[in-house]
Each structure stands twice: as structure tokens, then as C-alpha cells.
Write a protein that binds this ligand. Structure first.
Ligand code: FMN
Length: 132
């Protein structure tokens, strides 16, 4: 009998900036688009905005993550996309999907930490952020 292992899950953490000149109304649209798609795809994680930058943690199987990443990369409403961490070390307390607004000092802590420490800093940020 052949046993197939389930595809491993990956965690990705990104930051990017709202493209200068973009109407703030777009932030709400981006949040809604991500929420709809992630809920239907079963992707877990969070998207936060600090008034200037987005940060986003996504957990899921590789092909779903790749799809989400391609959307973000090709979306003209954000620029300077940077991957802070990618790995299979899935933290236990990743929300199903949530989004909202965070403070820029908390987001600085995430960006300055980098790597796996950035993931931990991001999850701490969610506790103090205004989420849906
Ligand atoms: C910073 C940023 C992060 C985004 N994150 C996601 C995401 O995680 N998942 C998603 O589905 N869409 C996300 N979006 C929105 C998609 O880029 C957008 O829905 C898509 O490009 C629109 O494609 P469509 O017109 O084919 O629906 C994000 C956009 C930005 C600017």
C-alpha cells in the first residue's frame, strides 16, 4: 500500500508599502479582497496596515501561497515587496484569517527582527492591533 504524505505547509512573512499617490480607499479594498480569497482558499494568517506599510503573514500549502504571492507582486497598489521569512516552522497560534490596522513602531520591530524572530514579533503585534 502506498502512503502519500500531505503536502507540507509553509509560512511566509512579507512587508511592502502602499504605492505613493494611491487612494486610502484602496486599503479597505485590498483587505476585503484578501479576506474573501483567503477564506475560500483556506489560507491562514493576517494582513495589517500601519498607514504606510503592509505586513502580511500567510500559512498554507505551497501552490496556494505562490498564488497569493503572485497577486501581491503584481498589484500596483503596493511597492517594494520584501520577504522577511519563509519556512516550514509554522507557529501554533496563527489566526484563521484576520486583518486590520497596527502601529508603526510595532511594525518597525517586525522589520528590524527579520527571519523567524520577525514572525514572533508579528504575532505579538496582532495582540495590540485593531483587527476585524
Ligand atoms: C500588500 C497587498 C497584499 C495583498 N495580499 C493579498 C493576499 O494575501 N491575498 C489575496 O488574495 N489578495 C491580496 N491582495 C490583493 C490582490 O493583490 C488583489 O486582490 C488582486 O491583485 C486582484 O486580482 P483580481 O482582480 O484578479 O481579483 C493584496 C494586495 C496588496 C497590495
Amino acid at each position: 500500500m502506498v502512503h502519500t504524505l500531505p503536502d507540507p505547509e509553509f509560512v511566509c512573512l512579507y512587508v511592502s508599502q502602499l504605492t505613493p499617490g494611491t487612494d486610502f480607499v484602496e486599503v479597505q479594498r485590498i483587505i476585503q479582497e484578501a479576506r474573501q480569497r483567503h477564506t475560500s482558499l483556506g489560507l491562514r494568517g493576517a494582513l495589517v496596515f500601519d498607514g504606510e506599510r503592509f505586513a502580511q503573514l500567510i500559512v498554507g500549502r505551497q501552490e496556494l501561497l505562490d498564488t497569493a504571492c503572485t497577486f501581491i507582486e503584481n498589484d500596483a497598489r503596493s511597492t517594494g515587496l520584501r520577504l522577511l521569512h519563509r519556512g516550514t516552522d509554522i507557529p501554533k497560534l496563527v489566526p484563521r484569517w484576520t486583518s486590520g490596522y497596527c502601529g508603526h513602531l510595532d511594525l518597525d520591530l517586525v522589520v528590524n527582527a527579520g527571519g523567524g524572530a520577525a514572525v514572533q514579533a508579528f504575532l505579538r503585534l496582532l495582540e495590540g492591533a485593531v483587527m476585524d
